[in-house]
Design a protein around this ligand. Structure first.
Ligand code: RIB
Length: 301
Protein backbone atom coordinates (compact mmCIF):
# COMPACT_ATOMS: atom_id res chain seq x y z
CA UNK A 1 0.00 0.00 0.00
CA UNK A 2 1.65 3.32 -1.02
CA UNK A 3 2.13 5.88 1.72
CA UNK A 4 1.34 9.46 0.76
CA UNK A 5 1.68 12.68 2.76
CA UNK A 6 -0.39 15.66 1.61
CA UNK A 7 0.49 19.15 2.87
CA UNK A 8 -2.31 21.49 1.89
CA UNK A 9 -5.64 23.22 2.26
CA UNK A 10 -9.00 22.04 3.54
CA UNK A 11 -12.08 24.04 2.47
CA UNK A 12 -15.82 23.81 2.71
CA UNK A 13 -17.06 24.31 -0.86
CA UNK A 14 -20.21 26.43 -1.14
CA UNK A 15 -21.45 25.33 -4.53
CA UNK A 16 -24.11 27.08 -6.62
CA UNK A 17 -25.38 25.63 -9.90
CA UNK A 18 -26.28 28.33 -12.42
CA UNK A 19 -27.33 28.42 -16.08
CA UNK A 20 -24.26 30.60 -16.82
CA UNK A 21 -21.77 32.81 -14.96
CA UNK A 22 -23.15 36.23 -13.93
CA UNK A 23 -21.51 39.40 -15.23
CA UNK A 24 -20.32 42.22 -12.92
CA UNK A 25 -23.29 43.68 -11.03
CA UNK A 26 -25.66 41.03 -12.39
CA UNK A 27 -27.97 38.79 -10.31
CA UNK A 28 -28.96 35.39 -11.68
CA UNK A 29 -31.30 32.70 -10.42
CA UNK A 30 -29.40 29.48 -9.69
CA UNK A 31 -30.94 26.02 -9.74
CA UNK A 32 -29.30 24.41 -6.71
CA UNK A 33 -27.02 25.07 -3.73
CA UNK A 34 -24.98 22.55 -1.78
CA UNK A 35 -22.05 22.38 0.59
CA UNK A 36 -19.34 19.86 -0.29
CA UNK A 37 -15.99 18.99 1.25
CA UNK A 38 -13.08 20.41 -0.75
CA UNK A 39 -9.78 22.27 -0.67
CA UNK A 40 -6.96 21.22 -2.96
CA UNK A 41 -5.02 19.47 -0.23
CA UNK A 42 -8.00 17.59 1.19
CA UNK A 43 -9.20 16.64 -2.28
CA UNK A 44 -5.82 15.18 -3.20
CA UNK A 45 -5.70 13.32 0.11
CA UNK A 46 -9.17 11.83 -0.48
CA UNK A 47 -8.32 10.89 -4.08
CA UNK A 48 -5.21 9.02 -2.90
CA UNK A 49 -7.02 7.34 0.02
CA UNK A 50 -9.85 6.07 -2.21
CA UNK A 51 -7.25 4.53 -4.52
CA UNK A 52 -5.87 2.51 -1.63
CA UNK A 53 -3.05 4.70 -0.25
CA UNK A 54 -2.28 5.18 3.41
CA UNK A 55 -2.58 8.98 3.63
CA UNK A 56 -1.37 11.49 6.22
CA UNK A 57 -2.65 15.06 5.92
CA UNK A 58 -0.86 18.18 7.19
CA UNK A 59 -3.14 21.23 7.36
CA UNK A 60 -5.40 23.36 9.55
CA UNK A 61 -9.10 23.68 10.33
CA UNK A 62 -11.07 26.09 12.48
CA UNK A 63 -12.85 24.76 15.55
CA UNK A 64 -16.19 25.53 13.91
CA UNK A 65 -19.08 23.54 12.41
CA UNK A 66 -17.43 23.34 8.96
CA UNK A 67 -14.21 22.22 10.62
CA UNK A 68 -16.01 19.46 12.55
CA UNK A 69 -17.75 18.22 9.40
CA UNK A 70 -14.60 18.18 7.30
CA UNK A 71 -12.54 16.55 10.05
CA UNK A 72 -15.15 13.79 10.29
CA UNK A 73 -15.26 13.43 6.49
CA UNK A 74 -11.49 13.03 6.18
CA UNK A 75 -11.39 10.61 9.12
CA UNK A 76 -14.14 8.59 7.43
CA UNK A 77 -11.85 8.25 4.37
CA UNK A 78 -9.24 6.69 6.67
CA UNK A 79 -6.85 9.68 6.48
CA UNK A 80 -4.44 10.24 9.40
CA UNK A 81 -5.30 13.69 10.79
CA UNK A 82 -2.79 13.83 13.63
CA UNK A 83 -0.98 16.68 11.81
CA UNK A 84 -4.15 18.71 11.10
CA UNK A 85 -4.29 21.61 13.58
CA UNK A 86 -7.63 22.78 15.01
CA UNK A 87 -7.55 26.54 15.56
CA UNK A 88 -9.68 28.37 18.17
CA UNK A 89 -9.21 31.87 16.76
CA UNK A 90 -9.61 31.21 13.02
CA UNK A 91 -12.47 29.82 10.94
CA UNK A 92 -12.18 26.96 8.45
CA UNK A 93 -11.35 27.76 4.83
CA UNK A 94 -14.19 28.18 2.35
CA UNK A 95 -14.52 28.23 -1.42
CA UNK A 96 -17.49 29.88 -3.13
CA UNK A 97 -17.94 27.94 -6.35
CA UNK A 98 -20.28 28.61 -9.25
CA UNK A 99 -20.80 25.68 -11.64
CA UNK A 100 -22.23 26.51 -15.07
CA UNK A 101 -22.24 24.19 -18.10
CA UNK A 102 -19.64 21.92 -16.51
CA UNK A 103 -17.15 24.75 -15.92
CA UNK A 104 -16.49 26.48 -12.60
CA UNK A 105 -15.44 29.77 -11.05
CA UNK A 106 -13.97 29.72 -7.54
CA UNK A 107 -13.20 32.28 -4.82
CA UNK A 108 -11.23 30.85 -1.90
CA UNK A 109 -11.06 32.43 1.57
CA UNK A 110 -8.09 30.61 3.13
CA UNK A 111 -8.82 31.42 6.84
CA UNK A 112 -7.24 28.52 8.83
CA UNK A 113 -5.30 27.39 5.76
CA UNK A 114 -3.29 30.63 5.98
CA UNK A 115 -2.03 29.44 9.40
CA UNK A 116 -0.32 26.23 8.22
CA UNK A 117 3.31 26.54 9.37
CA UNK A 118 6.77 25.17 8.51
CA UNK A 119 6.83 23.82 12.08
CA UNK A 120 3.81 21.61 11.31
CA UNK A 121 5.67 20.24 8.30
CA UNK A 122 8.72 19.55 10.48
CA UNK A 123 6.47 17.80 13.02
CA UNK A 124 5.39 15.44 10.23
CA UNK A 125 9.02 14.52 9.45
CA UNK A 126 8.58 10.86 10.41
CA UNK A 127 5.52 10.41 8.16
CA UNK A 128 7.32 12.20 5.32
CA UNK A 129 10.44 10.06 5.77
CA UNK A 130 8.32 6.91 5.39
CA UNK A 131 6.23 8.20 2.48
CA UNK A 132 6.41 6.97 -1.13
CA UNK A 133 5.44 10.47 -2.26
CA UNK A 134 4.56 13.90 -0.85
CA UNK A 135 1.97 16.20 -2.44
CA UNK A 136 1.81 19.97 -1.91
CA UNK A 137 -0.12 22.81 -3.58
CA UNK A 138 -0.23 26.62 -3.26
CA UNK A 139 -3.34 27.21 -1.11
CA UNK A 140 -1.24 27.41 2.06
CA UNK A 141 1.54 29.89 3.01
CA UNK A 142 4.59 29.69 0.77
CA UNK A 143 6.96 29.19 3.73
CA UNK A 144 5.12 25.94 4.52
CA UNK A 145 5.34 24.93 0.84
CA UNK A 146 9.06 25.64 0.82
CA UNK A 147 9.57 23.70 4.08
CA UNK A 148 7.78 20.72 2.47
CA UNK A 149 9.92 20.82 -0.66
CA UNK A 150 13.16 21.13 1.30
CA UNK A 151 12.32 18.41 3.83
CA UNK A 152 11.17 15.96 1.16
CA UNK A 153 14.32 16.59 -0.84
CA UNK A 154 16.50 16.17 2.27
CA UNK A 155 14.76 12.87 3.07
CA UNK A 156 14.98 11.81 -0.61
CA UNK A 157 11.22 11.34 -0.89
CA UNK A 158 9.63 12.23 -4.27
CA UNK A 159 7.66 15.47 -3.96
CA UNK A 160 4.91 16.55 -6.35
CA UNK A 161 4.20 20.29 -6.47
CA UNK A 162 0.79 21.14 -7.92
CA UNK A 163 1.24 24.91 -8.50
CA UNK A 164 -2.41 25.86 -7.99
CA UNK A 165 -3.73 28.48 -7.58
CA UNK A 166 -1.10 29.83 -9.98
CA UNK A 167 1.60 32.12 -8.66
CA UNK A 168 5.17 32.93 -9.53
CA UNK A 169 7.69 30.92 -7.51
CA UNK A 170 11.36 31.46 -6.65
CA UNK A 171 13.34 29.77 -9.45
CA UNK A 172 15.44 27.59 -7.16
CA UNK A 173 12.32 25.92 -5.70
CA UNK A 174 11.67 24.08 -8.92
CA UNK A 175 15.01 22.31 -8.59
CA UNK A 176 13.67 20.75 -5.37
CA UNK A 177 10.55 19.40 -7.11
CA UNK A 178 10.38 15.80 -8.37
CA UNK A 179 7.28 16.46 -10.51
CA UNK A 180 5.57 19.77 -11.24
CA UNK A 181 1.89 19.26 -12.19
CA UNK A 182 0.49 22.51 -13.64
CA UNK A 183 -2.04 23.27 -16.31
CA UNK A 184 -0.79 25.54 -19.10
CA UNK A 185 -1.76 28.79 -17.36
CA UNK A 186 -0.12 27.68 -14.12
CA UNK A 187 3.09 26.66 -15.88
CA UNK A 188 3.31 30.01 -17.68
CA UNK A 189 2.79 31.82 -14.36
CA UNK A 190 5.29 29.73 -12.40
CA UNK A 191 7.95 30.28 -15.07
CA UNK A 192 6.96 33.96 -15.45
CA UNK A 193 6.36 33.50 -19.18
CA UNK A 194 3.66 34.87 -21.48
CA UNK A 195 0.32 33.07 -21.26
CA UNK A 196 0.36 32.34 -24.99
CA UNK A 197 3.73 30.60 -25.09
CA UNK A 198 3.55 27.09 -26.58
CA UNK A 199 3.05 24.64 -23.71
CA UNK A 200 5.60 22.16 -25.06
CA UNK A 201 8.19 24.92 -25.15
CA UNK A 202 7.26 25.90 -21.58
CA UNK A 203 7.70 22.28 -20.51
CA UNK A 204 11.17 22.23 -22.02
CA UNK A 205 12.09 25.40 -20.11
CA UNK A 206 11.12 24.03 -16.68
CA UNK A 207 14.15 22.87 -14.65
CA UNK A 208 12.27 19.80 -13.35
CA UNK A 209 10.08 16.99 -14.72
CA UNK A 210 6.64 18.33 -15.66
CA UNK A 211 3.27 16.60 -15.96
CA UNK A 212 0.97 19.12 -17.64
CA UNK A 213 -2.79 18.60 -17.51
CA UNK A 214 -4.93 19.58 -20.51
CA UNK A 215 -8.47 18.91 -19.29
CA UNK A 216 -10.36 16.59 -21.63
CA UNK A 217 -7.30 16.35 -23.90
CA UNK A 218 -5.43 14.39 -21.24
CA UNK A 219 -1.90 15.18 -20.11
CA UNK A 220 1.63 15.76 -21.43
CA UNK A 221 4.62 14.65 -19.44
CA UNK A 222 8.32 15.08 -19.60
CA UNK A 223 10.68 13.12 -17.41
CA UNK A 224 14.02 14.91 -17.08
CA UNK A 225 15.64 12.04 -18.95
CA UNK A 226 13.43 12.50 -22.02
CA UNK A 227 14.03 15.29 -24.46
CA UNK A 228 10.49 15.54 -25.85
CA UNK A 229 7.13 15.81 -24.04
CA UNK A 230 4.96 12.66 -24.34
CA UNK A 231 1.16 12.68 -24.61
CA UNK A 232 -1.50 10.66 -22.79
CA UNK A 233 -4.97 11.08 -24.31
CA UNK A 234 -7.93 11.97 -22.14
CA UNK A 235 -10.80 9.55 -21.48
CA UNK A 236 -14.07 10.83 -22.96
CA UNK A 237 -16.93 11.07 -20.43
CA UNK A 238 -20.10 13.11 -19.88
CA UNK A 239 -18.97 16.12 -17.85
CA UNK A 240 -21.09 17.23 -14.88
CA UNK A 241 -18.60 19.23 -12.80
CA UNK A 242 -14.85 19.70 -13.37
CA UNK A 243 -14.18 20.92 -9.81
CA UNK A 244 -11.48 18.74 -8.26
CA UNK A 245 -10.46 17.02 -11.52
CA UNK A 246 -6.89 18.31 -11.18
CA UNK A 247 -6.82 17.22 -7.53
CA UNK A 248 -7.99 13.72 -8.45
CA UNK A 249 -5.26 13.63 -11.10
CA UNK A 250 -2.60 14.59 -8.55
CA UNK A 251 -3.78 12.16 -5.88
CA UNK A 252 -3.81 9.31 -8.41
CA UNK A 253 -0.44 10.29 -9.86
CA UNK A 254 1.13 10.07 -6.40
CA UNK A 255 -0.45 6.68 -5.73
CA UNK A 256 0.70 5.10 -9.01
CA UNK A 257 4.11 6.77 -9.34
CA UNK A 258 5.81 3.52 -8.35
CA UNK A 259 4.45 1.95 -11.55
CA UNK A 260 6.47 4.39 -13.70
CA UNK A 261 5.48 7.79 -15.05
CA UNK A 262 3.61 6.70 -18.25
CA UNK A 263 1.38 4.26 -16.32
CA UNK A 264 0.84 6.72 -13.46
CA UNK A 265 -0.18 9.49 -15.90
CA UNK A 266 -2.58 7.13 -17.72
CA UNK A 267 -4.27 6.08 -14.47
CA UNK A 268 -4.37 9.68 -13.25
CA UNK A 269 -6.11 10.75 -16.49
CA UNK A 270 -8.66 7.96 -16.05
CA UNK A 271 -9.29 8.87 -12.39
CA UNK A 272 -9.71 12.55 -13.31
CA UNK A 273 -12.17 11.62 -16.08
CA UNK A 274 -14.30 9.65 -13.61
CA UNK A 275 -14.17 12.52 -11.13
CA UNK A 276 -15.92 14.97 -13.47
CA UNK A 277 -18.95 12.71 -13.97
CA UNK A 278 -20.42 13.65 -10.56
CA UNK A 279 -21.09 16.88 -8.70
CA UNK A 280 -18.63 18.18 -6.06
CA UNK A 281 -14.85 18.03 -5.90
CA UNK A 282 -14.82 14.70 -4.06
CA UNK A 283 -18.15 13.38 -5.39
CA UNK A 284 -16.79 11.52 -8.42
CA UNK A 285 -13.39 10.45 -7.10
CA UNK A 286 -13.13 6.74 -7.87
CA UNK A 287 -12.15 3.81 -5.69
CA UNK A 288 -9.52 1.42 -7.01
CA UNK A 289 -12.08 -1.16 -8.26
CA UNK A 290 -14.07 1.50 -10.11
CA UNK A 291 -10.90 2.84 -11.74
CA UNK A 292 -9.76 -0.64 -12.79
CA UNK A 293 -13.16 -1.42 -14.36
CA UNK A 294 -13.20 1.93 -16.18
CA UNK A 295 -9.71 1.43 -17.62
CA UNK A 296 -10.47 -2.16 -18.61
CA UNK A 297 -13.46 -0.89 -20.58
CA UNK A 298 -11.26 1.71 -22.38
CA UNK A 299 -8.24 -0.41 -23.21
CA UNK A 300 -7.47 1.61 -26.38
CA UNK A 301 -6.94 4.93 -24.56
O1 RIB B 1 -9.35 22.27 -6.88
C1 RIB B 1 -10.67 22.42 -6.43
C2 RIB B 1 -10.68 23.03 -5.08
O2 RIB B 1 -10.20 24.34 -5.19
C3 RIB B 1 -12.06 23.17 -4.49
O3 RIB B 1 -12.45 22.04 -3.74
C4 RIB B 1 -11.96 24.44 -3.67
O4 RIB B 1 -12.01 24.22 -2.30
C5 RIB B 1 -10.65 25.08 -4.08
O5 RIB B 1 -9.70 24.92 -3.11
Amino acid sequence: MPRIVVVGSINMDLVTLAPRFPGPGETLLGSRFLTAHGGKGANQAVAAARLGAEVTMVGALGRDAFGDQMHAGLAHEGIDLSHVARLDDEGSGTASITVAAGENQIIVVPAANACVTPAQVEDAREAIAQADAVLVQLEIPLDAVEATLRLARRLEVPVILNPAPAQRLPGDWLKLVSYLTPNQHELATVLDQGAHADFRELMRRAPCPVVLTRGGEGAWYRDSARSEPMHQSGFAVDVVDTTGAGDTFNGALAVFLRQGLPQAVRKACAAAALSVTRLGAQGGMPRQSELDAFIAGRSGT
